[in-house]
Structures are given as structure tokens and as C-alpha cells.
Design a protein around this ligand. Sequence first.
Ligand SMILES: [Zn+2]
Length: 109
Amino acid sequence: MTEASVRRALEQKKRELLSDLDRLTEPPKEGASVGFGKRVGDGTTEAVERLATTAAAKSISRSLEDVERALTRLAEGTYGSCEVCGDVIPRERLEALPATSRCVGCATA
Ligand SMILES: [Zn+2]
């Protein structure tokens, strides 16, 4: 796995996350909820949906931060070593999770 291919994978991931975030945060389409506004309890459903959207957006933002951090670490030359213990992160782990900054031991600790 070369540095260039890692960077490509990370940038691809970043684009995916950004478009996911866009989809989540874009205002509801005009007329999308027409006909659903008159039942009792809809306010609750909407609130629950908003909460779910917020939670999803938060988790995407966290992943984005990881990707950004990995790109920074790549630029600094520290990519591929655990930011906690400094051990080399196994290549298979980086291939599966290019944005990870911790070895398995530290990630699960
Ligand atoms: Zn570690």
C-alpha cells in the first residue's frame, strides 16, 4: 500500500462523508411531507427523526475528523503508527480502516 494510494482512499472517503452529510443536512424537499401533517403524534415522529439525523450527522462528522487527521498524519509522515503507543499499525488494519490512528490494542482499550 503506497502513500499515494492511502491518500486517494482517504480523499475518496472524505468525499463520501461530505456528500452523506450534505444529504442529511439539506432541508426537506418541498412537499415531501404533504399529507403526513395531520395525524396525532407527528410532532414526536419529527422530533425523533431530527434526533436520528443529528446523531447520524455527528457520527459522520467524527469520521470526517478521523479522515482529516489521517491526511495530516500522512503529510507529517506519522501515518501508520499508533498515536497512543507509537507501535506500527498492521497493514491489514490500515487497509480495512485507512482513517484509523490507533493500533487494535489501543483502539479497544
Ligand atoms: Zn497503540
